[in-house]
Design a protein around this ligand. Sequence first.
Ligand SMILES: NC(=O)c1ccc[n+]([C@@H]2O[C@H](COP(=O)([O-])OP(=O)(O)OC[C@H]3O[C@@H](n4cnc5c(N)ncnc54)[C@H](OP(=O)(O)O)[C@@H]3O)[C@@H](O)[C@H]2O)c1
Length: 294
Amino acid sequence: MEKKVKILLTGSEGNLGFSIKDKLKNFKNIILANKKKLNFNNLNSINNFLNKNKPDIIINTAAYTNVDGAEKNKNICYKVNALAPKKIADWSYKNNSYLIHFSTDYVFDGKKKTPWNEKDKPKPLNFYGKSKYDGEKFIINSKCKFILLRVAWLYSDRKNNFPQKIIKKILEEDKIYVIKDQIGTPNHVEFISEITIKVLKKIIKNFDIKSNIFHVSLKGQTSYYNWAKKIKIKLKNNNCKILPVSHKKFKTIAKRPLNSIFSCNSLEKFLKIKIPNWEKVFKKKANIIIKNSN
Ligand SMILES: NC(=O)c1ccc[n+]([C@@H]2O[C@H](COP(=O)([O-])OP(=O)(O)OC[C@H]3O[C@@H](n4cnc5c(N)ncnc54)[C@H](OP(=O)(O)O)[C@@H]3O)[C@@H](O)[C@H]2O)c1
């Protein structure tokens, strides 16, 4: 018989959290926590919140995601991305709850020439990546039941992600330079939230499902430069020139991995699914993104 469960979603107003919140509408017993309700900066408040609400399953999307900001605000970043997940995982272990947690391609150094799989050793290049990797290790060491989903190159219809930023630039400038040697797979948050719901349903069906790490991504790959060119085609009648540039010319505070492509064979086997190509998804979403960017 299926277990009756109470589900907590943290980061419910974030890029991914917002999309998962929408998909949770069909579930009963949902506790939504945005930063106002549950602020990870106050580590002591986490146990109080969990003791009060006693969730059976926790979906943790809350994170400090400002990659450059993390180099300056190390304390806050580490609290939110490493120490708060540790608190949640320790509580989950003691209370027999299941934790679904999100991590990132930034745990890797990007130097591999082929897609990253779950057996590859993380070696973060920046503080954000280190904080997320430490968060992963705390969860694994807590012995709680967990599914850790590593995601990369997220975008949505509503937030100021890569497509929205590029659309703004294309509309305002005659010529823009975009990085050509950083590659990955653009993932619309709706795809990630659909996968999360599939994982959630598996846990509800079998609470003893084995803890594991999965890479979650659509298929295919592109560079930021080639993605920008595809975005421009969707804008029609636009004369802005898009020019390729090396990452070396684009100085950022934090270093970023050059290869962020994930191999998702384990996830496909686990969920018995065939993952579609990113371009198919992007083609469907482009118009709404353009409309929302106006
Ligand atoms: N976006 C990407 O391309 C990407 C790539 C790889 C992995 N990820 C991972 O995917 C997950 C979801 O990311 P996302 O793109 O949805 O990020 P996001 O849009 O920045 O959402 C993160 C959420 O966490 C909240 N948050 C920040 N500080 C907090 C705190 N101290 N206490 C409680 N909540 C706090 C944010 O609230 P405020 O907005 O109010 O600060 C926001 O609602 C994260 O684990 C992230 O590391 C994202």
